[in-house]
Design a protein. Structure first.
Length: 186
């Protein structure tokens, strides 16, 4: 009896980039482990946290000649089957010709119940492979808590609470956790 060879259905970033171009603009897709994943529209609390991050981190980025932007996909040479889209990306290079960045210095993900497993699992593993990345923030929606992954030589993770400030040496400043949760009601 002959057995059919199983074809690996994982998409590479190049295949994904071609595929996603044909999708409607209102759809937001990410590539995770070679699989396109459609994300649902974020809720107001999620968007308030993203807005607060963009304002606070954006001020620090502007002072350094960098930009804080939402909605950029991140690429890494180490993993050719990922193109996740974090909530906030800070990069300091020239303008991108596309929506794909290989040079972020800071990334922030605001956790949503529907994406928590990916945001705290597969995406963390991926983001830690990006050579330019210095800080990765995981912002909780249901409590004033931020996990901060930072790299000097090696990656270290710390948890910050409402009264804390997060040092952002890549932006020559710091960030008050209370500012991220401004106008967020619990």
């Amino acid at each position: 009896m002959a057995l059919a060879a199983r074809r690996d259905a994982r998409m590479s970033v190049a295949e994904y980039q071609v595929w996603v171009e044909s999708r409607p603009d209102e759809e937001r897709w990410e590539l995770l482990d070679g699989e396109p994943v459609l994300t649902s529209p974020p809720r107001e609390r999620h968007q308030r946290l993203v807005y607060n991050l963009l304002r606070r981190v954006g001020d620090l980025a502007d002072a350094r000649g960098c930009e804080a932007l939402p909605g950029l996909a991140i690429l890494s040479e180490a993993m050719d089957d990922f193109a996740p889209i974090p909530d906030v990306v800070v990069r300091c290079g020239p303008p991108l010709p596309s929506g794909y960045a290989r040079d972020p210095v800071l990334i922030a993900e605001v956790l949503s119940p529907s994406t928590m497993a990916n945001d705290r699992g597969r995406k963390v593993d991926f983001y830690l492979t990006v050579p330019s990345l210095r800080t990765f923030l995981i912002v909780y929606q249901n409590e004033r808590r931020i996990e901060v992954w930072q790299r000097d030589r090696d990656w270290e993770m710390q948890v910050f609470g409402p009264a804390d400030r997060i040092a952002l040496p890549e932006l020559d400043g710091d960030l008050a956790v209370s500012d991220i949760y401004a106008r967020v009601v619990f």
